[in-house]
Design a protein around this ligand. Structure first.
Ligand SMILES: [Zn+2]
Length: 339
């Protein structure tokens, strides 16, 4: 089969890879309907994270081709959505809603779903079947549920976005934009997005943003406080993962407020004394997307939400190198790869 491999930073290729097979009776093999490039794939692409001959990709939707002997919940022919961590969905951590940290979690990054087919471990816990074969125009939204929507949703829930609350969103990538959508669905009153890109601002407003701030860092924090009477936001979504974005998020939150942080942290150091006096709740990490999948699939299936709009470029799998370039150069918010 064809699949994407990153040889070294910046060197993305589409190569022949071994066809996946059932390695364990809990596995399934799926044929991808679509896959995509994640903002987090840009960390190794830019050399911020080590990479050597790595199959790429962790977002996926597709049709089950084959299942192992223990699999009960999905069968060949089902259209399925899964998350970037395989999880059993039965252990104590999963039952508490933190499937991304399942005691048996396996990262789909190690499998690489930017490919024609993929093995999915712990298929019964990991995969959620859709009610039927989706209309083709629903596929981008279902693919978004696999990571960016589920991650933005978790961030909004972790930040306790809800009625009467002001939500600030740090990061205008796909996750931040879908955090806006989630905050709107959760009933937030005011949603403030930090963005200096016109196309992203437009989509943020479409998804429910009420205010846009173009300043960032401490200037951005000052602008936010001007908007909300000097107190800071009740809820803050952090969707970048840098020192600046994390501190901006913490400083945007009012005392007693909540920060949901889902940008993959790279060299973030939080000063203990500032954290102590900030008096905010922090909850974040790799989003337990599996917790939200049934609800999100339902909202997509009945066309209540349209998260697929974050894909503003579509390319065939064979053009994956151009997909990475377009996202790296911020010519695209998120690139869908057709398989
Ligand atoms: Zn588990």
């Amino acid at each position: 089969m064809r699949g994407v491999v990153m040889r070294t930073p910046g060197d993305v290729r589409v190569e022949e890879r071994d066809d996946p097979t059932i390695l364990h009776p809990a596995d399934a093999v799926i044929r991808l309907a679509a896959t995509c490039v994640c903002g987090s794939d840009l960390w190794p692409y830019r050399g911020v994270q080590d990479v050597r001959d790595q199959p790429m990709g962790h977002e996926y939707v597709g049709v089950v081709e084959e299942v192992g002997g223990e699999v009960r919940n999905v069968k060949p022919g089902d259209f399925v959505v899964g998350s970037f961590f395989a999880s059993d969905n039965t252990c104590e951590i999963c039952r508490d809603g933190y499937q991304s940290r399942c005691v048996r979690a396996e990262s789909m990054n190690d499998i690489g779903t930017q490919a024609q087919r993929a093995r999915v471990p712990l298929a019964d816990g990991t995969l959620v079947a859709t009610p039927g074969m989706p209309e083709p125009d629903l596929i981008p939204s279902l693919l978004a549920a696999s990571d960016v929507l589920g991650t933005g949703w978790f961030a909004a829930v972790a930040a306790q976005a809800g009625p009467g609350r002001t939500v600030a969103v740090v990061g205008d990538g796909a996750v931040g934009l879908l955090g806006v959508l989630a905050a709107r669905r959760l009933g937030a009153e005011r949603i403030v997005v930090f963005s200096r890109h016109e196309d992203r601002q437009k989509l943020a407003v479409e998804y429910g943003a009420t205010d846009i701030i173009t300043e960032r860092g401490d200037e951005g924090v000052a602008r936010l406080k001007e908007l909300d009477g000097g107190l800071g936001a009740h809820s803050v979504i952090e969707a970048v993962g840098t020192q600046e974005s994390m501190m901006q998020a913490i400083r945007c939150a009012r005392p007693g407020g909540h920060v949901g942080f889902v940008g993959v942290a790279h060299d973030v150091r939080i000063p203990g004394d500032e954290l102590f006096f900030a008096e905010v709740h922090l909850l974040g990490g790799p989003a337990p997307v599996r917790r939200f999948l049934p609800e999100l699939i339902g909202l997509i299936w009945d066309r209540t939400i349209d998260p697929g709009k974050v894909f503003d470029l579509e390319l065939p799998l064979e053009e994956a190198p151009e997909a990475y370039r377009a996202m790296d150069e911020r010519r695209a918010i998120k690139v869908l790869l057709t398989v």
